[in-house]
Design a protein. Structure first.
Length: 209
């Protein structure tokens, strides 16, 4: 989301920056962090994912982690719905989904109760409850909250390093701190150096499909 700031001027000295560092650079590097990590914010924000399920298994994971609960909620999920698939019978008793197949099958999408969806907050792994119709889910849509309650230390270190990288480029107009998108694209590889990418790697969103 616009307006994320991952450093404060009071933290300049603690992260090896001069007190005279232009405060406008905080917004520049914070925006770069969000763009590189492909997320709205490192702090808690709302996201929606639509994932195909592997081989009909009711298991998936979210694109952004860690999953977060926003009080008074008791689950990070705002809404969860799954799409049904109808497998061939295995020779045993027919499932309700198979019995309904001649009549169009079970509902295409089924709303699930968020509190019944199990998850692992740190990894974003999600386990869906069993289908009422006995069929398998082939796709899931999840709206959820994810992010950190406080800016992670590694993100602050990355921001400080990017500010130093900007200051090392005279052509970056640091004095005016007017770095438009064209300039940011031009300096992206040098600003997001190997150390910065390593620090930010745990926060990069992962898209499954």
């Amino acid at each position: 989301m616009p307006g994320n700031l991952y450093l404060t001027t009071a933290e300049f000295t603690a992260f090896g920056l001069a007190d005279s560092t232009d405060p406008a650079l905080i917004r520049v590097v914070s925006d770069l962090v969000d763009a590189y990590c492909q997320r709205d914010s490192l702090l808690v924000a709302q996201y929606s994912d639509r994932n195909r399920l592997p081989d009909g298994l009711p298991v998936t994971r979210t694109r952004v982690t860690p999953l977060a609960m926003v009080a008074p909620a008791t689950t990070p999920f705002i809404s969860v719905r799954a799409r049904h698939g109808i497998p061939r019978g295995s020779g045993g008793l027919a499932t309700l989904a198979e019995l309904l197949a001649p009549f169009g099958g079970p509902p295409t999408w089924v709303d699930l109760t968020p509190s019944q969806v199990e998850h692992h907050a740190a990894t974003g792994e999600v386990w869906l409850p069993a289908s009422l119709y006995g069929g398998v889910y082939t796709e899931v849509e999840i709206t959820y909250n994810a992010g950190f309650s406080q800016v992670p230390e590694n993100a602050k270190l990355a921001c400080a390093q990017m500010i130093r990288n900007i200051e090392s480029h005279p052509a970056a107009s640091v004095r005016e701190a007017r770095l438009d998108r064209l300039k940011l694209a031009y300096f992206q590889h040098s600003l997001l150096d190997e150390d910065v990418r390593r620090l930010l790697s745990p926060f990069v969103a992962v898209r499954l499909n």
